[in-house]
Design a protein around this ligand. Structure first.
Ligand code: F6R
Length: 240
């Protein structure tokens, strides 16, 4: 794994954003794996700015998001669908027909998982995948567990994740279930960029980079990926 440390959030957004822009410049039909949460926002700002300046066009890209809450209408202000349109898709020239999400309200989670796996495969696989990391080492919503997962599945979120994300829910209680891409789906991406910022991520970053590959720190599997770049601020890197 390549580890890069920067001082400011803007530098981090530029470093990760440029990796996405470069992939799209090299292949305008690239397939992008995207995340939500606080971490990717500066990266999405960089991508939006590059598009606005005419440096890159996302017109022909296809996107797949990592996860979506269950039992939450797609149009709710806290759905990851809404997040992506507010923070990226409304600011770039992506074709809304080419953006893909797991359906957290699908009646049959296994059928939904199969549909997503087939769609990713039909698109040619993910060229570059953005990841954040949870305080407990989760990637997407793969929570610490006894074994690594493969394709998408319905997950019961851990207390740590519920505490971290419930600050965003001021009208209804945060859902306790989500549909998430599995570890196998993430590891099949050709290139991975994981970004972590802030002291609260320092322990998870240390375990990811220097612990054993262990499903109790799901992000540790990235040690086995052939092209994974980890981009940190000084706080997230403080225990290395
Ligand atoms: C979101 C996702 C999660 C987040 C992680 C960090 O799509 O997959 O794994 O990346 O929970 O969240 P933030 O960035 O809000 O600290």
């Amino acid at each position: 794994m390549k580890v890069l440390t920067f001082k400011t959030i803007e530098e981090i957004g530029a470093a990760a954003g440029k990796m996405f822009v470069d992939v799209v410049k090299a292949n305008d039909k690239a397939v992008l794996g995207l995340a939500t949460g606080a971490t990717p926002v500066p990266t999405y700002d960089y991508m939006a700015q590059a598009c606005r300046k005419g440096e890159v066009s996302f017109k022909n890209v296809t996107t797949f998001n990592l996860d979506e809450y269950c039992d939450l209408p797609k149009e709710h202000k806290n759905s990851y669908y809404t997040f992506m349109f507010e923070n990226l898709f409304s600011k770039i020239d992506v074709d809304p027909a080419n953006v893909n999400f797991l359906n957290g309200n699908a009646p049959d989670a296994q059928a939904e998982s199969d549909r997503y796996a087939e769609a990713i495969e039909a698109a040619g696989g993910i060229d570059i995948q953005f990841l954040g990391i949870g305080r407990n080492g989760h990637i997407a919503f793969n929570e610490p567990a006894d074994k690594f997962t493969n394709n998408a599945f319905k997950v019961h979120l851990t207390q740590s994740t519920i505490e971290a994300n419930s600050i965003y829910f001021d009208d209804i209680p945060m859902p306790h279930y989500a549909m998430t891409m599995g570890i196998g789906s993430i590891m099949r991406a050709k290139k991975i960029v994981l970004v972590a910022t802030g002291k609260a991520k320092a322990e998870a970053v240390r375990t990811m980079l220097s612990g054993d590959i262990d499903p109790h720190c799901p992000a540790s599997i990235l040690q086995a990926h052939p092209d994974c770049t980890v981009i940190l601020d000084e706080d997230a890197a403080s225990l290395l």
